[in-house]
Design a protein around this ligand. Structure first.
Ligand code: SER
Length: 320
């Protein structure tokens, strides 16, 4: 039986992944951890095992792994791209030294490890369209540097120490449960909140900037499917390109206008985040994930927009 520890469990991905893991594997087999308690997550904290864990504290993590007989770590604790540019030292410390601790525990205690990489693992010299699985990776953000180094480190632990490491390169993730913190693709989440609350949104990402995106239910499926995939079929490990859609701000705005015709989009471009977005691919080739472990996302832009607006209307208590 799997006994899973999720780090960063109160973040954007973790808060929804925990619910799914507890459904699939049983409440007591999915331990949530975060470096601090965050408001709004009382249900997750009270409904099952929860521990305060700082991934930079190896002893603290090892104690939790022993306490619950953990055999799988899903390592979601990380600093995202825009925040990473404001504080590169913390970004390195959490994303790299934290991951190193997780991998060391994987080696010592024979754990399976999932670590997400990102479209940020690519850079300006990467082919931007239909970006191949195996290609140039020279990112120019600290977040991107930690993601490439993280991919390499995870592959190293697999090859050298036979640790069962696996990962995907997530695109921008869109969800209604928990807001993302400090990413470049966050505009594609904020736009839905503002469309419902004020029928307008000012985008910090410029017109014409295409990026890969994915709705959270598909992202959660990606994690579980890859963790459960037959290792004999995996030619790659860290990390698989995955995507569900690729759009620019005008396209997400058009999909919102189908439901809220008065919606207006304008721009006040943030040069820092725009430079990051410009360095990332327009669209990924995810055929390796499809071939090796059956990746097959369910939500396109239209289906995501319909569901996001329905769910957010309820959450924000906004009438149709
Ligand atoms: N969504 C992330 C970010 O914008 C990309 O991994 O930083």
């Amino acid at each position: 039986m799997r006994k899973i520890l999720v780090t960063g469990a109160l973040g954007q991905i973790g808060s929804e992944l925990m619910v799914k893991l507890r459904e699939i594997y049983g409440v007591n087999n999915a331990v949530a951890s975060n470096r601090r308690i965050k408001e709004g997550h009382e249900a997750l904290i009270e409904n099952g095992p929860f521990e305060i864990v700082n991934i930079n504290n190896l002893k603290q993590m090892a104690d939790v792994v022993d306490k619950y007989n953990i055999n799988t770590i899903i390592n979601l604790a990380a600093i995202l791209s825009a925040k990473g540019e404001n504080d590169p030292a913390s970004c390195w410390d959490i994303n790299m030294n934290g991951l190193y601790n997780v991998l060391e525990l994987g080696r010592e205690k024979r754990l399976q490890i999932f670590t997400p990489s990102s479209i940020a693992a690519f850079g300006p010299s990467t082919p931007p369209d239909n970006t191949p699985q195996d290609t140039i990776q020279r990112p120019n953000t600290m977040y991107g540097v930690t993601k490439v180094a993280g991919e390499l480190l995870c592959d190293y632990y697999y090859k050298k120490f036979d640790v069962d490491t696996r990962g995907v390169r997530f695109p921008g993730l869109i969800s209604y449960e928990t807001l993302p913190g400090g990413g470049t693709t966050d505009y594609a989440v904020h736009i839905y909140y503002e469309a419902l609350k004020h029928k307008k949104y000012t985008s910090f990402i410029d017109k014409g900037t295409q990026m890969d995106m994915m709705y959270m239910p598909d992202a959660l499926d990606a994690i579980v499917s890859l963790m459960e995939a037959d290792p004999a079929k995996l030619k790659h490990r860290n990390a698989f390109n995955v995507t569900a859609m690729s759009f620019e701000p005008e396209e997400i705005a058009a999909s919102i206008k189908e439901h809220i015709p008065e919606f207006k989009l304008d721009y006040d471009v943030d040069s820092g985040r725009q430079a990051i977005a410009d360095s990332w691919p327009n669209s990924l080739d995810d055929s390796a994930a499809r071939e090796e472990w059956g990746w097959n996302p369910k939500y396109n832009l239209e289906a995501m927009t319909k569901d996001m607006l329905e769910k957010l209307r309820i959450k924000l208590n906004i009438e149709d």
